[in-house]
Design a protein. Structure first.
Ligand code: NAD
Length: 480
């Protein structure tokens, strides 16, 4: 049965002309649902509802906010298998990973439920006699949240949960091709007891709904995750409107393998980082920078490992690599592989795979004989594609790793403590992994990159409050 998604505005589910089909990338005959496409007027209604609700929610007690987020977290965990299957069907990541993503959303809700209770402030003696200084945090007001499709429940949750925990109202605009998980998350939160208008959901195109959020003077903050070109445009528009903005964007994440690394471990780290979630992770290891003396053995072992990774329907429990998300992304992956070959790279894998259902299946691809100047090493592919860059030793590896406009995540496989510590210190990325995949993070610590990958305060953990709250400094003379 095809679900008809509706906007949520001011606590009411609002029906509208269906416009955007939600197609299962593992089986294109399966139309999961159909979502409306709002115009600027509908976005305006959602923003107005959020503005009206913001004041009351800002004055709710920490306990009230805790209870909503905690209950929503419990429901997601209880429904992880059902929602994991829906996520796999909608987005195409293997069902085990999709289920883990639902669990992650539940963990994020529980963490930020706790954060609602942990809001504190400071009392500081004034340098002037008779005065006391109080430093407190307040919600920023109405937050516009714009998200990509690749983590359709975790990313919206790591933005919406802190926004609500610290007393903000939200207008949420999910990616066009993952409306189902957006509905489920919002529905769970709404039923957990949010007052009308505190959380609003508006479906539609980025260029219309997203842009209307960014341009509205009633929106006090924009939290965006998505591609670098869109992110840069949003940051510029928000800055012009003096609206607070945070943007997490693409990556071209390096994984260094030194000659003293455990090769079985390095191969596992590379295979996981490059190809899990079909390589469609902003933190995916897309540049494997390998010391010359272990290069051939590493490539041989990784190629063998890749041939064991079963590509198929995301709902099949045997599947390791699900389909690419849609036809446009598939075409983009194949185009980058063609360019890599034209520029002198040797491509293995990266072939269309036939399965029982018609889906966007692509075998994992490894491009060897590349240098860091090639297009495949400069631009984000966002598919099951990794390239190998051969280097002489650590110094060259570090220089190559940092030679990119991006700076999201970076990794090193080595048994040398000094090389590992040096890399942690000198990597230009926001997140650094030692003998661990560049993708895959905890939910209670800061997340985010540097350079062209990120703009504004970090997400997740207690650090998320830097975006979702503003600081007030009060000077009080209690003697009147
Ligand atoms: P995208 O930039 O195409 O879209 C992201 C969101 O922005 C969508 O909701 C889209 O509708 C909206 N949008 C598009 N144009 C807009 C505009 N002009 N104004 C306002 N909003 C607009 O990205 P995508 O294809 O959905 O996701 C893949 C990208 O996301 C990759 O580049 C990936 O690296 C990145 N990503 C980054 C992180 C991170 O945390 N750094 C995490 C996941 C994904």
């Amino acid at each position: 049965m095809t679900t008809r998604y509706r906007h949520l505005i001011d606590g009411r589910w609002v029906d509208a002309e269906p416009a955007i089909e939600n197609i299962n990338p593992s089986d294109t005959s399966d139309v999961i649902g159909v979502a409306p496409a709002a115009d600027a007027a509908v976005v305006g209604e959602a923003i107005a509802a959020a503005s009206r609700a913001a004041r009351g929610w800002a004055q709710s007690t920490p306990e009230e906010r805790f209870l909503v987020l905690d209950a929503a977290g419990s429901e997601l965990r209880a429904r992880k298998d059902e929602l994991g299957r829906l996520l796999a069907r909608e987005e195409g990541k293997a069902v085990a990973e999709a289920t883990a993503e639902v669990v992650r959303a539940s963990q994020l809700l529980k963490f930020f439920a706790g954060e609602a209770l942990r809001v504190g402030g400071e009392v500081i003696p004034s340098v002037r006699r008779g005065l006391t200084v109080e430093v407190t945090r307040e919600p920023i007001g109405v937050v516009g949240i714009i998200t990509p499709w690749n983590f359709p429940v975790a990313i919206p949750t790591w933005k919406i949960a802190p926004a609500l925990a610290w007393g903000n109202a939200v207008v949420f605009k999910p990616a066009e091709n993952t409306p189902a998980m957006a509905f489920e998350l919002v529905d769970v939160l709404q039923r957990a007891g949010l007052p009308a208008g505190v959380l609003n959901l508006v479906y539609g195109k980025g260029s219309i709904v997203g842009a209307a959020l960014v341009e509205s003077p009633e929106v006090n903050g924009i939290s965006f995750t998505g591609s670098a070109p869109v992110g840069r445009r949003i940051v510029a528009a928000a800055a012009a409107a003096t609206t607070r903005v945070q943007a997490e964007m693409g990556g071209k994440n390096p994984l260094i393998v030194l000659d003293d690394a455990s090769l079985p471990k390095a191969v596992e780290v590379a295979a996981n980082g490059a190809f899990f979630s079909t390589g469609q992770r902003c933190t995916a290891s897309s540049r494997l920078i390998v010391a010359s003396s272990v290069h051939d053995e590493f490539v041989e072992r990784l190629s063998r490992r890749m041939s064991e990774m079963r590509v198929g329907n995301a709902l099949d429990p045997e599947t390791v690599i699900g389909p690419v998300v849609d036809a446009a992304q598939l075409e983009q992956d194949l185009r980058y592989l063609r360019i890599a070959a034209e520029e002198g790279g040797a491509v293995t894998g990266g072939e269309r795979v036939e399965r029982a259902t018609d889906g966007y299946f692509l075998s994992p691809a490894l491009v060897t004989r590349t240098d860091n100047g090639m297009t495949v090493n400069r631009e984000e592919v966002f598919g099951p594609v990794a390239s190998v860059i051969r280097v002489d030793g650590y110094d060259e590896a570090l220089a190559v790793a940092n030679d990119t406009e991006f700076g999201l995540s970076a990794g090193i496989c080595t048994t040398s403590l000094s090389a590992a510590r040096h890399f942690v210190r000198h990597s230009s990325a926001g997140m650094v992994m030692v003998n661990a995949p560049t993708a895959g993070v905890d939910y209670h610590v800061p997340f985010g990159g540097a350079k062209g990958s990120s703009y504004g305060p970090k997400e997740q953990g207690t650090y998320a409050r830097e975006f979702f709250t503003r600081v007030k400094t009060a000077y009080i003379d209690a003697d009147g």
